[in-house]
Design a protein around this ligand. Structure first.
Ligand SMILES: Cc1cc2nc3c(=O)[nH]c(=O)nc-3n(C[C@H](O)[C@H](O)[C@H](O)COP(=O)(O)OP(=O)(O)OC[C@H]3O[C@@H](n4cnc5c(N)ncnc54)[C@H](O)[C@@H]3O)c2cc1C
Length: 491
């Protein structure tokens, strides 16, 4: 007999929360590893949310910048949806109670970041946008009667039935395990920074949702495209590095090397505000030598007001950015690729949906434009939630189901080895020979732990793409003409 089953949403970041809220009044079970916004990259977002708000700006101009950053590998229809829905997404967040920063005349304050041809980034609490937005979403989810929240829950398996996905397997913090059936399973598990030696992502961004979808046979897309943020705070011994927001460069900060030479001079017409992959390669090359620094001293008095998060992170590590340059290095930041979805989050497997960073509908192309991913979570989360609202709530029923478990994890030493491997082979500069070596090692690691299998999928995708494109920069590709010493050429 069939019964009403909930929509299962896995992940309590912006994409999962927005999807869950937008599905009202359909019943939703929201599964999260941590309470509140802990563990979600969304809460760490510093720059803000891009939307064409100012006079003279338009969704078309925002779309142009999005596609230029993405090396025109973007799905134009998805970019259109994103950029046209942006202003409405900001309004929706404001109705939920998000107070974006405003000018004295009451208009929204707009910042500028790399790759944007003008100021169009709304922000909240200065550089605390993610925390402010997440606080409003978490409060709304707590008050929503259609959402049942479970924290301390790791989703480590899927229930498969009739060629589709009909539920999840969960392990609670106390070690107890169970399965939960749903009329739809939404993976909103975020990114994959945890596969790399240095990342701006929180530890929960381990790629487990993507790994599960791949193991279940879901189609993936663009797995090779990993964005490195050029300026994470270079703190020795840390895996998750604090971010030094790009908005600082928007406000006039400059990158330089150990000799004080400007890193971006003559490299790109936008200089320090060049697209992230271009800046990341310069900083990467400098870090292979004596290091790279961001000089933000000129920002002066407004540091405390506009960049409280960066200031606090720097001071916590003994650096005062008001009086000394900030040591920086690139860190794995955002995965453009992921589980292949359409505009409504449908994957190739019936019953399985994906949204946010774990998903790939092509909107970011080969490189994400800054401040487009919180927007992605809101725009595509709302679309998906609204679609799921109308889904048949009957559980699939029937006895013939099986469980697909994530399997064992790599141990600490194996994880460290894999992260080093991934950073060398899948970093901002890639070569076929290093990728081949990484593939061999990942083959071996894949027999031991699920992270190895996921890493192998990424490396295989990078090997298949022989030409440089966006964030995938092959030093040895047929058309690549990059010199690690500096010159910027389109490849
Ligand atoms: C430091 C930093 C700054 C950024 N700044 C900006 C910015 O200014 N503007 C912008 O647009 N983007 C920014 N980004 C990118 C953006 O924050 C993320 O891409 C976006 O928030 C991803 O949202 P999400 O909901 O997909 O994932 P997340 O917010 O990461 O949420 C994923 C959720 O899934 C949970 N989870 C993961 N695996 C499991 C599992 N197996 N079982 C149960 N739960 C699980 C996690 O605990 C978490 O709750 C930034 C990212 C970082 C790291």
């Amino acid at each position: 007999m069939s019964q009403t089953a909930p929509i299962i949403v896995v992940g309590g970041g912006i994409a999962g929360l927005v999807t869950a809220l937008a599905a009202a009044p359909a019943p939703v079970v929201l599964l999260m590893r941590n309470a509140g916004s802990n563990g979600a990259a969304s809460a760490l977002a510093q720059g803000g949310i891009a939307a064409a708000h100012s006079q003279g700006d338009s969704p078309a101009a925002h779309a142009r910048d999005t596609c230029a950053a993405g090396s025109h590998h973007n799905d134009a229809a998805m970019v259109d949806v994103l950029t046209r829905s942006a202003a409405d997404a900001i309004d929706w967040l404001q109705r939920l109670g998000v107070a974006f920063d405003r000018n004295d005349d009451g208009t929204l304050q707009l910042g500028r970041e790399g790759g944007h041809d003008r100021s169009r980034i709304v922000h909240a609490g200065g550089d605390a946008t993610g925390a402010v937005v997440m606080a409003a979403l978490v409060a709304a989810a707590r008050n929503a009667v259609h959402i049942e929240r479970h924290t301390g829950v790791d989703v480590d398996g899927l229930m498969l039935r009739n060629g589709g996905v009909s539920g999840v397997c969960i392990t609670r913090r106390d070690g107890s395990q169970s399965a939960l059936e749903g009329c739809a399973v939404v993976l909103a598990t975020g990114g994959i920074g945890g596969l790399f030696a240095h990342t701006s992502n929180p530890p929960d961004a381990d790629g487990s949702g993507l790994a599960l979808a791949i193991a279940a046979g879901a189609d993936t897309r663009d797995l090779e495209f990993v964005q490195f943020h050029p300026t994470a705070l270079a703190v020795p011994g840390l895996h998750s590095l604090p971010l030094v927001t790009e908005a600082l460069r928007g406000a006039g900060a400059h990158l330089h090397d150990a000799q004080g030479r400007a890193l971006m001079k003559g490299v790109h017409p936008l200089g320090d505000l060049a697209p992230r992959d271009v800046v990341a390669r310069q900083v990467w090359a400098a870090c292979e030598g004596e290091g790279a620094w961001l000089d933000a001293r000129a920002i002066g008095d407004v540091f405390t007001r506009d960049f409280p998060t960066v200031l606090a992170a720097c001071l916590a590590h003994g650096i005062d950015p008001r009086s000394q340059p900030i040591p920086v290095r690139p860190a794995a930041h955002f995965h453009m690729g992921g589980i292949h979805t359409d505009a409504d989050g449908r994957t190739s497997l019936p019953g399985l949906f994906a949204v946010g960073e774990v998903a790939c509908n092509g909107v970011h192309g080969a490189n994400r434009l800054a401040s487009n991913s919180l927007l992605e979570g809101v725009v595509f989360g709302r679309r998906l939630g609204q679609c799921l609202r109308d889904i048949d709530g009957a559980a699939a029923g029937g006895r013939s189901f099986k469980f697909l478990h994530r399997g064992p994890s790599l141990d600490a030493a194996q994880l460290t080895r894999m992260r080093h491997l991934m950073t060398q082979a899948m970093g901002p500069l890639r070569t076929g020979s290093l990728l081949q070596v990484a593939l061999r090692d990942c083959d071996a690691l894949a027999c031991v732990g699920w992270q190895g299998a996921l890493a192998r999928a990424l490396v295989s995708a990078a090997l298949r793409r022989r030409r440089s494109l966006g964030a995938h920069f092959r030093d040895d590709g047929p058309l690549s003409g990059h010199s690690t010493k500096g010159a910027w050429r389109v490849a």
